[in-house]
Ligand binder design. Sequence first.
Ligand SMILES: [Zn+2]
Length: 238
Amino acid sequence: MNGKHHVMVIGAHCGDAEIQAGAIAHKYAKAGHEVTFLHLTAGEKGNPTHISVEDYREQKIKEAEKAAAILGAKSITLGYKDAELKEDEETVTAVAKLFRELKPTIVITHWVNSMHPDHALCPKITQAAWLKAALPGFDIDGLPPHSLSRMLHSENWEDMQGYEPDIYVDVSEEFDTYLEALSQYWFIMNSTSFRYYDYYKALGTMRGCLMRTTYGQTLKFPIGSNTRKGSSIPGFEL
Ligand SMILES: [Zn+2]
């Protein structure tokens, strides 16, 4: 695929999209491609005790904007409530409308298995929105249909059941900027429930070891979408 791509990373909560694919996204942004982080909720219920849920929501939206600016991307936070995400008509149509307006070519989102229900709903919402955005017969404010070229999953510590990477991307040159972007988030640096910063720095190092580069970040095809059909074995044509 040639030309300009629009990479959209869709996360359940502000911070998810960046930790999962921030280094890959930055690599594309640096090369002149458009990158958008779409957060379906702010993830406001992980608020520290001294900040209200409402104030933490505002804080996370600002943190997301700072992280996106560092990575060369745009940040959009929708108004759905943390831990209350639904795969319903309204949510799917809202995401489909964004697909028609912003025209992403590739979307990266959570893996299908997760300990967090909001995370597990993201690929379902994305897939349903892809179909609706592409269907000419589905009217959304008169916007022209738009189809994604590909959807991929990416790596999040809460979504690891059955996640085995299919694609490793060398992000050695992007990793310092990625860590700087992550450090904009209070929860990544200060959470007492999980060592986010340490984990993602170690994960990028480990993935880099496995692909024999300094740092790596991974992606996974949706189940069944890496199937090839043809007259011979791909790469071993008759
Ligand atoms: Zn999350």
